[in-house]
Design a protein around this ligand. Structure first.
Ligand code: XMP
Length: 310
């Protein structure tokens, strides 16, 4: 049985030893993994650490504000970097999932590298967990935060990496978060991929297409709050379908809703949600997002699917 208290005690000592007199910057997206890693390292080295939130334009509705506010409450000094334009520029014209991940990763680490240089930092903290490493090494998906494990030396970006959670799976990270006293909104937060909505905009990622999936995601999350599921989200398709809007034919967008159960994200089951709830979600998505004419529900498990479409 995993002992969160003992893990924390052990980690604090190890982190202190590794960091020494150096300075640390934590890349925090507001998710359970990166926030837990941030708070853990902050507890170990105090003011030697500050955090940075990079707004890549791909976050969910209200997420940048929520993250910055949460870190403020946790007394972590945080810098906000608005890099929206740069990320969309980097993703321009890219349609392949792995190419998009690579473009995201490059932009992410360059932005982080710039911040690290400005703040004269030696270490970057990341919330990498075991599942990220396993899937990347197996060649299933190259998680954006896995570098050394696939032979990329992070020092090319100008810093060393500290990954205090890399031996843990998600349920253990949540136990650590609870033990550290993090608010429920963080410890029980739904998983969200590092490259964020870019993986849920199939095909080219633009600001306009991201806005569509962001709105659909907001609707899905609002309507599924009471379900005790692992991950609930919306995906924007790259092709179009015929529909009717205002009594006229419209060749519009397609959204798929995915609601899965899982414990560690390694396998997952599509959830049997009440049909009435699906109908409500479909009605809201097609009426509140002008360009969407069709809404689908994904009934595939992992495997053979993955949780995300990309
Ligand atoms: P898949 O889609 O591989 O997802 O079944 C498993 C879990 O990982 C998340 N995911 C990612 N997280 N970078 C991340 O940080 C990524 O590139 C990435 N791809 C998938 C996914 O949301 C799920 O929780």
């Amino acid at each position: 049985m995993f002992d969160a208290k003992a893990f924390i005690e052990n980690s604090l000592g190890e982190i202190k030893k590794t960091v020494g007199d150096n300075r640390v910057l934590s890349a925090c997206s507001g998710g359970v993994d990166s926030t837990t890693a941030t708070v853990l390292v902050h507890k170990a080295v105090g003011e030697k650490m500050s955090a940075v939130f990079i707004d890549d334009g791909l976050r969910r509705e209200g997420e940048p504000e929520f993250t910055v506010e949460t870190l403020k409450t946790l007394k972590v000094r945080t810098k906000f970097i608005d890099a929206k334009g740069e990320f969309f520029e980097a993703l321009k014209g890219k349609t392949d999932a792995e190419e998009k991940r690579k473009a995201f990763r490059e932009k992410f680490y360059k932005t982080l590298g710039k911040a690290a240089k400005e703040e004269k930092i030696d270490f970057i903290v990341q919330g990498t967990i075991k599942a990220d490493v396993i899937e990347t090494v197996k060649g299933i998906k190259s998680q954006h935060n896995v570098l050394e494990q696939i032979g990329i030396n992070p020092q090319i970006y100008g810093y060393k990496i500290l990954e205090p959670l890399k031996e843990l799976f998600k349920p253990e990270v949540r136990m650590v978060a609870r033990q550290l006293g993090l608010p429920k909104e963080i410890s029980e937060r739904m998983p969200f991929p590092g490259p964020a909505l870019s993986l849920r905009v199939l095909g080219e990622v633009t600001a306009e297409r991201t806005a569509i999936v962001r709105k659909a995601t907001e609707i899905v999350e609002q309507e599924t709050k009471s379900l005790d599921t692992f991950q609930n989200f919306a995906v924007l398709h790259n092709d179009k379908a015929t529909g009717i809007k205002d009594g006229k034919r419209m060749y519009g967008n397609i959204i798929t809703v995915r609601i899965v159960n899982s414990t560690d994200a390694v396998t997952a089951q599509a959830t049997e949600v009440p049909y009435q709830l699906l109908t409500k979600i479909s009605k809201r998505i097609t009426s509140e997002i002008p360009t969407v004419v069709r809404c689908l529900y994904d009934i595939t498990n992992k495997p053979p699917s993955t949780i995300e479409f990309e």
